[in-house]
Design a protein around this ligand. Structure first.
Ligand SMILES: [Zn+2]
Length: 412
């Protein structure tokens, strides 16, 4: 029986979102939280983008050290040989790649404007896959951008060519959020049957159906005999109206009628981390979690009307599909209401030692404390908001990695 896996793309699609961004330390913490949650793979960034190089290298080092294990770290690039070469030049240890090219006639005629034909699309992908393999890629996803507006026979041809030359998975992108659960099920099932490739579902929410389309597409892949890999982002943050929300998609896969019993996860997901990851992404992006967000919204377990409150008090199962505890909610939160000392870009050693002392972090000597404080200052310069406890703890625990994450050198 085929299985469902999750690939989170917050650190790629999420940061591509207009008006939003993350610091390299925030991206790193997201990888750590995704790993803690049991997510199979993180699309952790752009290996051809110079300012990402040190961040990507540092995260691969964390993987080597066992900190980012077993999560798989994969980079997103265009399916062009030149980009594959640049990726391996800037990030030599990268082992997992997603190679992207547009496949629809809309994009061929109106984006490439006569510079590429369908034959070129296939040969670009095939050459990029071969180059990636030759340079040491262990897994390769062939990404069909705008797949939902692409002729199905061409998509199959594209997938088969990529597979023949060494691609491991087919990423079906509903780039514009155009599919509905019925169309994506049929299309993906046909793709799975005819290409024999595991299928990734990359869905957007322009019509409000990203989560529904993702699980319908996953069902299509599995019914077509292949594993399904659902692309998600934390809190659904992604281009335009966003992507399939990570927590909502995991809930839908594991709790929805007729789905939960029939389809199995490739790896166990620790849902108890849901609340923490959603809150951190909300803080890091500076975007509040809507109160009605599935699982993690402030109202997801709130009851006010007489009948519902009475019912849920008698038996939560009357009006709740799952427990708040499953999502890691229900623990009291500590909020400082008195004096507060914050570590920031202009902090001194005394305030900093006080902040770290509260988290039971002490330093061997003043020199070491000064070194960590300096890194904290730089981290604050990059994020421009107070660092959360986990960020401070990360810097104290992995100062050499933090130094790498905080190094930006545009003059090189
Ligand atoms: Zn996307």
């Amino acid at each position: 029986m085929s299985k469902v896996y999750f690939i989170d793309v917050t650190n790629r699609d999420g940061v591509q979102t207009a008006k939003l961004g993350l610091s390299k330390l925030e991206k790193t913490l997201i990888n750590i939280y995704l790993n803690e949650m049991g997510i199979f793979q993180s699309e952790f960034g752009f290996p051809t983008t110079k300012h990402e190089s040190l961040y990507l290298q540092a995260n691969l080092e964390l993987a080597e050290m066992g900190v980012l294990q077993p999560i798989r770290l994969e980079g997103w690039i265009r399916a062009i040989v030149g980009d594959v070469e640049t990726a391996f030049k800037l990030v030599p240890d990268i082992r997992h790649l997603n190679l992207s090219i547009s496949t629809s006639d809309q994009m061929i005629y109106s984006k490439f404007q006569g510079k590429k034909t369908r034959t070129d699309i296939i040969s670009n992908m095939v050459e990029a896959v071969e180059a990636a393999r030759a340079l040491g890629a262990e897994t390769i996803g062939a990404n069909a951008e705008d797949a939902s507006r692409t002729d199905l026979d061409f998509l199959i041809k594209f997938g088969l060519a990529a597979k023949e030359h060494g691609a491991d998975r087919f990423r079906y992108c509903d780039t514009l959020g155009y599919d509905n659960p019925f169309t994506i099920y049929e299309t993906v099932k046909t793709l799975a049957e005819n290409t024999g490739m595991p299928i990734e579902l990359h869905c957007h929410s322009d019509l409000g159906m990203a989560v529904a389309n993702s699980i319908a597409g996953a069902k299509g892949a599995i019914d077509g005999g292949q594993d399904a890999y659902i692309n998600t982002t934390i809190n659904g943050i992604g281009e335009r109206a966003g992507n399939a929300d990570l927590v909502a998609t995991v809930l839908a896969t594991t709790k929805a009628k007729g789905f939960a019993e029939k389809y199995r996860l490739g790896s166990p997901i620790r849902l108890t981390k849901a609340s923490k990851i959603a809150e951190f992404a909300s803080y890091a992006f500076g975007v509040p979690i809507p109160i009605n967000q599935p699982g993690v919204g402030a109202n997801a377990f709130a009851h006010a009307s007489g009948i519902h409150a009475d019912g849920v008090l008698k038996d939560p199962g009357n009006y709740e599909l799952f427990s708040y505890k499953e999502l890691g909610r229900g623990k009291p939160k500590f909020v400082e209401t008195g004096r507060e000392i914050i570590a920031g870009q202009y902090s001194g050693i005394s305030g900093f030692s006080h902040v770290m002392g509260k988290m039971e972090v002490s330093f061997a000597n003043r020199e070491e404390a000064n070194e960590i404080l300096e890194l904290v200052r730089y981290a604050n310069v990059e994020s421009q908001k107070p660092l959360v406890e986990d960020e401070l703890l990360f810097i104290a625990k992995y100062p050499q990695i933090a130094r790498k994450l905080l190094t930006l050198n545009p003059l090189e």
